[in-house]
Design a protein around this ligand. Structure first.
Ligand code: FA5
Length: 368
């Protein structure tokens, strides 16, 4: 290694330089070395002088400039800038000489057409996530995310689903052989609801979060089922949340997402972690809630029912508060869980859920 390059490994203090004249001499030495250097291979030259991690310029910046006291720094700054320009100039003139055909390196023909790199776009599921997140942001919700590998406690028990509860049959999932030979092994979460518990454990009311994420179930794949799919959970808990807040929030979301003319309705349903529980329907946005298509036939989307089932929701069951040390007498709240894949299918007229996972660019390009 050249003597001057070795000096860039040391600080001014270690080099014993303390006057402007000495700074000047060191920079003159390095400029001279740069001037004399023949560029054989451009990349080797670039790495030696200008690489971010170990280039001479970086070493000077770290060892000379940053390590120097402020009084010395003002001598170094302008000289380092000049050296940086000299390095850039040398690289530029090298490239120009190559274009003109000089030197031994590879020729660059700037008249050739450039390489066109196609710009990708977000997957439709990501776009729907973002749209929904935007709607909930606008009414004060924030986003939290959680683990896809869960304990049975968070996925079931803390949500008021004890070990032999029949509801577990609807949410059979994939268990991991972890921890090794455990009596209650870890599992892939079947819904985003465990994040209700994790959020309330961490935070006192008021809580207003949505949880986008991937979930898993041991369901056989068909046009509306996948073993991996997506949900957005919603949870709002405070001291004075009523059923009206719940319906108002859901209605606001649905109208923002499908348009102001859709109507909404609730049907009684059952989830162990909400009481009362509801299934939320929307008037079919494709036939305007008539059940009849524009041609006079039966609407193919709602099959003539005029309503489309959207998602499950309800007021948080007081039993759940017991698992997170909330006082069920003081707080109330609502929760919902939206299946994003089916929502996207509905909004964009997609009739097979599997296309989301096949990565066929002919499908993906339709949603730039
Ligand atoms: C739940 O998962 C509850 N955690 C929702 C909830 C949250 C209720 C909070 C109350 C309060 P459910 O099992 O119905 O509920 O699933 C929710 C949505 O996931 C369904 O409406 C459906 O859109 C979607 N879904 C369920 N299974 C599949 C599957 N195999 N493939 C694609 N989407 C599915």
């Amino acid at each position: 290694m050249s003597g001057i390059l070795e000096k860039t490994e040391l600080t001014f203090q270690q080099l014993g330089a303390s006057s402007e004249a000495e700074v000047d001499r060191l920079f003159a030495e390095i400029e001279e070395f740069l001037e004399s250097e023949q560029i054989g291979d451009r990349e080797t030259f670039r790495v030696l002088w200008a690489s971010d991690k170990k280039g001479v310029l970086t070493k000077i910046r770290n060892n000379w400039l940053r390590a120097a006291p402020p009084s010395t720094r003002r001598w170094i700054g302008p000289r380092l800038e000049k050296l940086t320009h000299s390095v850039a100039f040398k690289l530029k003139t090298y490239v120009e000489r190559q274009v003109e055909g000089e030197g031994s390196g590879e020729r660059v023909d700037l008249s050739l057409p450039g390489v066109i790199r196609s710009v990708g776009s977000h997957h439709l599921i990501r776009q729907v996530f973002q749209e929904i997140e935007g709607i909930f942001f606008s009414i004060g919700f924030s986003v939290v995310e959680g683990p896809e590998i869960e304990t049975p406690y968070y996925n079931f028990e803390a949500l008021n689903i004890p070990e032999f509860h029949p509801v577990r049959d609807d949410m059979d999932t994939f268990y991991l052989d972890l921890p090794k030979d455990a009596k209650t092994p870890l599992l892939l979460r079947t819904h985003t609801s465990p994040m209700q518990i994790r959020t309330m454990e961490k935070q006192k009311p008021p809580v207003r979060v949505i949880v986008p994420g991937k979930v898993y179930r041991r369901d056989n794949p068909d046009a509306t089922h996948s073993f991996a799919f997506h949900q957005i959970e919603g949870l709002a808990v405070d001291t004075d949340i009523t059923f009206c807040d719940f319906t108002g929030t859901i209605e606001y979301f649905v109208k923002q997402f499908f348009g102001p003319s859709v109507k909404t309705r609730f049907r009684p349903s059952y989830f162990p972690f909400t009481e009362p529980s509801v299934e939320f329907d929307v008037s079919c946005p494709f036939c305007g809630g008539t059940g009849t298509s524009a041609g006079g036939g039966t609407c193919s989307k709602c099959k003539g029912a005029a309503w489309i089932e959207l998602f499950g929701a309800g007021m948080v069951d007081p039993a759940v508060y017991g698992f997170v040390n909330y006082d069920a007498k003081k707080v109330s709240g609502f929760a919902f869980g939206i299946g994003i894949d089916r929502l996207a299918m509905l909004k964009y007229g997609i009739d097979d859920i599997q296309v989301f996972f096949q990565n066929d660019v002919r499908f993906l390009r339709q949603f730039p």
